[in-house]
Design a protein around this ligand. Structure first.
Ligand code: PHE
Ligand code: NA
Length: 515
């Protein structure tokens, strides 16, 4: 059968789609919480180092893998990896690049659907006049699928279905007709919304019970370097974990997008542009919204405590209450800006997760776009429903841990080994630089060969040596003083309590008496 492969409509569209892929909940909910919990300013140096030695090298690997694979007509990682690694085993490694997307999309689309509902509730003013406890428990009520906050029965499921259908519909329109349009609308809008909220956040002077706090202090806290915690491996692991998640590396979705780039078109400059857009949104906007606004009301010490409930708690339980303090009009505007921003950040990421799956169905089964997109929707529905129905039992966290942390890390490690040592760096470097509009610094050549794979292997091996019950205190008797869980566990368990994952979850325990 002759298939006309899909293609990107324009370079701007491609870069915005890749930026939209990277910019997600991670930038606004996860990054600020990670930074606060890891000492504020102390986090930023390990973060930037991880960006340089892990993040940027990996996006170069993934863009070039994708474009290379695409030149053979492959649009998902299994066949790309087999082609480059020349052994069947690499195909199985490549399966991660489909599996992880399905698993992450299953809970990510669910979060995305909450933002739709919260936009609605911000518009109609649901949170106005509620006290803090009511706003916080509203979220638990929403997540309990049997209660309804709008009068629609099984509301959380209804929004989930709506959100999933929207994703399927956009995916069925293909790249230039669907994803690119979504990115051209979503990315600029989320930046505008973000700037509006950031200005609000850093100029905020509020407080409670007579104490006056200043939002700008929150920003200062994130940016005042504190060198002492640089020696703390936990901070480094948290920083590296954040870099992985935020840049969407180790997933297979960058490769899928890049597989539609023409053989001699630039990738290095595009990759760097999209990567830096993500970093701008994360470092500048991500640190100027939830933390400064919360600090403006509660002060820093209280906010450090609040971050133990993680990004989801701050975003969905605390923010709507704080917006409501600004009067009904500003509350509606801010709520729409905040949850709208999260919605656009989310959907441009979930579309990226769908693309390798849709591509796989098209390549392997010869399905058309529409059918492949529906196939993706059905899979997400089946796999995602447990996160909806059993949220409180921790299914969401399990998905997040295994797919959003472990799988992505392992896949990135294999990719970096395969690229530099099996495909061979000379060929790899030629792939990265062909058609490039920038000179890629030679620093990356050295890093791709030695630093990135070695760092990933070391962390991985360390994570396998885990004592019974994750009880590292027993190990420390032998002089090895890592006390806590496995290293991979630590990457994701930064959020606070023992069962915390990426976005956090102790909502059901700690959140209520917030002030
Ligand atoms: N990078 C996105 C974020 O920061 C998450 C994501 C992961 C997107 C995997 C696509 C694939 O939220
Ligand atoms: Na991101």
């Amino acid at each position: 059968t002759i298939k006309v492969p899909d293609a990107w409509g324009s370079r701007v569209g491609l870069v915005l789609a890749m930026a939209g892929n990277a910019v997600g909940f991670g930038n606004f909910l996860r990054f600020p919480v990670q930074a606060v919990q890891n000492g504020g300013g102390a986090f930023i140096i390990p973060y930037l180092v991880s960006l340089l030695i892990l993040g940027l090298p990996l996006i170069l690997i993934e863009w070039s893998t994708g474009r290379y694979g695409g030149s053979f007509g492959y649009h998902s990682t299994p066949l790309m990896m087999r082609k480059m690694g020349r052994k069947a085993i690499w195909m199985y490694v490549g399966v991660f690049g489909i599996f992880s997307n399905i698993a992450i999309a299953s809970y990510y689309c669910y979060m995305e659907s909450w933002t739709m509902s919260y936009v609605f509730h911000s518009v109609v003013g649901t949170f106005n006049g509620m006290d803090q406890h009511q706003v916080a428990s509203f979220f638990s009520g929403y997540l309990d699928v049997t209660t309804s906050t709008t009068g629609i029965p099984f509301e959380a499921i209804v929004f989930f279905l709506l959100c999933l259908s929207l994703n399927v519909w956009i995916l069925s329109k293909g790249l230039s007709g669907g994803i690119e349009k979504a990115a051209k609308i979503g990315v600029p809008l989320l930046i505008v919304f973000g700037i509006f909220l950031a200005i609000k956040g850093i100029t905020l002077k509020a407080g409670h019970d007579g104490a006056v706090f200043d939002g700008l202090k929150g920003l200062n806290f994130l940016w005042t370097p504190e060198f002492s915690s640089l020696a703390n491996p936990k901070v480094w692991l948290a920083a590296a974990g954040q870099i992985f998640f935020t840049l969407s590396v180790g997933m297979g979705c960058i490769q899928a997008y890049a597989s539609y780039v023409k053989k001699d078109d630039d990738i290095a400059c595009n990759a760097m542009s999209a990567g830096f857009m993500n970093e701008f949104v994360e470092i500048v906007l991500g640190s100027s919204i939830i933390i400064p606004i919360a600090v403006g009301y509660f002060g820093i010490d209280r906010v450090i405590e609040l971050t133990h409930m993680g990004g989801l708690g701050l975003g969905f339980r605390t923010m709507p209450f704080l917006f409501a303090q600004w009067g009904p009009v500003m509350a509606a505007l801010s709520g729409v800006a905040f949850f709208g921003l999260l919605f656009f950040a989310g959907i441009t990421s979930s579309l990226a997760m769908g693309t390798p799956v849709v591509g796989f169905f098209q390549d392997e089964f010869g399905w058309r776009k529409g059918r492949a997109a529906i196939g993706f929707g059905v899979i997400i529905l089946i796999i995602g429903l447990p996160t909806v129905l059993f949220f409180q039992q921790g299914v969401f966290d399990e998905y997040d841990y295994w797919a959003g942390t472990v799988a992505l890390f392992v896949f990135a490690m294999f990719e970096s080994i395969m690229f530099a040592w099996v495909f061979k760096l000379d060929k790899g470097w030629a792939e990265i630089t062909r058609g490039s509009d920038i000179r890629v610094p030679l620093f990356f050549r050295f890093t791709l060969k030695y630093i990135t794979p070695v760092v990933l292997i070391v962390v991985f091996v360390a994570s396998l040596i885990r004592p019974a019950n994750d009880d590292w205190s027993k190990i420390s008797v032998t002089g090895w003083s890592l006390h806590s869980e496995s290293i991979l566990g630590q990457i994701s368990h930064q959020g606070g309590g023992p069962n915390n994952t990426y976005f956090a979850t102790n909502f059901y325990s700690e959140v209520d008496g917030m002030v």
